[in-house]
Design a protein around this ligand. Structure first.
Ligand code: TRP
Length: 458
């Protein structure tokens, strides 16, 4: 069971960690995690989250990476190699990235616009409470139109992916991820010098037991799951590009630390500033990023520069995630269609770009001209988000756990991890993959669906 000859590989462990962490650190870390932590009792949520990352997240991530490295194939090929009969699971795995990457690029476009406006000195306009509304409803001119920025963002993603693993993805990861950490450190230091902000830090870290409930655990688990980029075939794909001399267990640890660290620091950056300067209401999603944060920037010294740094950070986080999402599709296509290696990447990335532009356009127009189009009571973008993240992701993960536990056998994973020494958390791993993970995932699935349709079960 070895990978085919000529398969691209990461040039080293550093590149692999940066790229995998780049896929994990994304919009989820920046605009959902801070809100959830604030909603669910601050420090207590952080604690629950960490426990889930080192148990549940660890198990799923190491499984995916081991599957990829062992077979040397991206998701469809990898599943087929382990069991031909279960090929459908590989196909199911590429469905969420295919649904997510188009709208991820739409949001990436919004971020690019904000970074551009602040970077070119037009930041004042963004503080206007109506700016975001005018922008996403496609009522602005060409430079203030979401379609323009959606195309720009998608083409940048395409450019990186089409240059190949080493020259495109790995090189970008090695430059962009350290840059992201530097900007983050700069913003944190600056934030703490703003009068009044330091006093609100306690609000974020405080253990508020009254906000703790079953929902806290389920929400933390769902967030962790999306944030660590699980069940979308990406960790399988990156595993297939990883050399045998890389220690998988320590790699997963490092990726988790980076992902969780950035999420927590984002909370530290956002929650206290919004409490002190943004009107005090910590919301999530577009409202937080594109309405509340500009208010904060509007009220501080050097606001435009800080805002530019902030949106550059969000841009990097979004770009390193979108390139990974696109890579799942490109890798699956190039492995499957009989193209030669020389042309496969270029053709596959071009097709992925076309898919993004066609499928993403309705999401892009969904707040303006297509506002009347609702699917199951949601805007088009929200529906894509719901279908993939709330329904398909947990399903794929449950199937992966059962597939490894009962079809392939956990020995295959353990053997792969032990290539480089002892599997330290083996006992925990075996219990998690066979019992705890499937149960927790089923709960995430049930609660997620129930929640969206407003059914109250407690
Ligand atoms: N982890 C990313 C975020 O936090 C989103 C994401 C989920 C993702 N699955 C992925 C990115 C797979 C790349 C590949 O925003």
């Amino acid at each position: 069971m070895s990978g085919e000859a000529g398969r691209p590989k990461f040039s080293g462990k550093f590149g692999m960690i940066m790229v995998a962490a780049g896929s994990a650190v994304g919009l989820g870390n920046l605009w959902r995690f801070p809100y959830l932590a604030h909603e669910h009792g601050g420090g207590l949520f952080l604690l629950v989250y960490i426990v889930l990352v080192v148990s549940f997240g660890f198990t799923l991530m190491i499984t995916e990476m081991a599957i990829g490295r062992r077979t040397g194939k991206s998701c469809i090929g990898a599943v087929m190699e382990l069991s031909k009969k279960h090929k459908w699971l590989g196909w199911l795995m590429i469905l969420p990235p295919a649904l997510v990457v188009p709208y991820y690029c739409v949001i990436g476009g919004w971020v690019t616009n904000y970074a551009f406006q602040y970077g070119t000195g037009s930041g004042a306009a963004l503080t206007d409470p109506d700016y975001f509304e005018t922008f996403i409803t496609c009522s602005g001119d060409i430079l203030n139109n979401p379609i323009t920025w959606f195309v720009v963002f998608a083409v940048i993603t395409f450019y990186i992916v089409s240059r190949g693993l080493e020259k495109g993805i790995e090189k970008s990861g090695k430059i962009l991820m350290p840059l992201l950490l530097i900007i983050m450190a700069f913003l944190l230091i600056y934030t703490f010098t703003i009068p009044g902000v330091m006093g609100s830090v306690g609000e974020y870290l405080n253990f508020d037991y009254s906000k703790f409930s079953m929902d806290t655990v389920i929400d933390a688990a769902g967030q962790m799951f999306y944030s660590m980029s699980l069940a979308m075939g990406i960790m399988v794909t990156y595993g297939s590009y990883t050399n045998r001399d890389v220690h998988l267990e320590s790699s997963v640890k490092q990726i988790s630390i980076l992902d969780t660290g950035v999420a927590m620091l984002a909370g530290l950056l956002i929650v206290p500033s919004v409490m002190a300067l943004g009107g005090g209401v910590v919301n999530s999603g577009p409202g937080l990023m594109f309405e509340t944060m500009p208010l904060v920037f509007g009220s501080i010294a050097f606001g435009d520069i800080i805002a530019f740094a902030f949106f550059a950070l969000v841009f990097i986080a979004a770009l390193t995630s979108s390139m990974s999402l696109m890579e799942v599709l490109v890798a699956a296509m190039s492995d499957h269609v009989g193209w030669s290696r020389a042309v496969a990447r270029k053709r596959a990335s071009f097709l992925a770009l076309v898919l993004i532009l066609i499928v993403g356009l309705p999401s892009c127009l969904g707040y303006g001209p297509l506002e009347a189009v609702q699917v199951a009571g949601m805007t088009i973008l929200d529906f894509f988000d719901f279908a993939s993240n709330t329904v398909i992701l947990p399903l794929v993960a449950i199937c992966t756990c059962l597939f490894i536990s009962f079809v392939v056998g956990t020995d295959a994973i353990v053997e792969e991890v032990e290539i480089n020494g002892r599997f330290k958390r083996k006992k925990m791993y075996l219990v998690m993959i066979k019992v705890v993970c499937p149960i927790l995932l089923a709960l995430i699935l049930i609660f997620g669906v129930v929640d969206v349709f407003g059914i109250d079960i407690f």
